[in-house]
Design a protein around this ligand. Structure first.
Ligand SMILES: [Zn+2]
Length: 79
């Protein structure tokens, strides 16, 4: 679960990109924090970078869940 201290630095958004799930290795549409829907792991992605490939983020061989990344917090650039 992503953490924050000062709520004045966050705004709630209804943007559709928060509802989409992304496969490993694809270009992240937004910079920010992504969460794996399968295991709950969170990562930070810089602008223009790809989500971790399948062989970088792995689940236990006993887990049947897929790696799917979902945007949790979008970083907003002012430039
Ligand atoms: Zn995972």
């Amino acid at each position: 679960m992503a953490l924050y201290k000062y709520v004045q630095h966050l705004d709630q958004s209804q943007h559709a990109n928060f509802d989409k799930e992304y496969s490993p290795g694809v270009a992240a549409p937004d910079p920010g924090i992504y969460r794996c829907t399968g295991c709950g792991d969170e990562i930070g992605i810089a602008k223009g970078h790809n989500l971790p490939p399948q062989n970088h983020h792995q689940h236990s061989p006993f887990s049947a869940s897929l790696i799917r990344w979902k945007l949790v917090v979008c970083a907003v650039s002012i430039k």
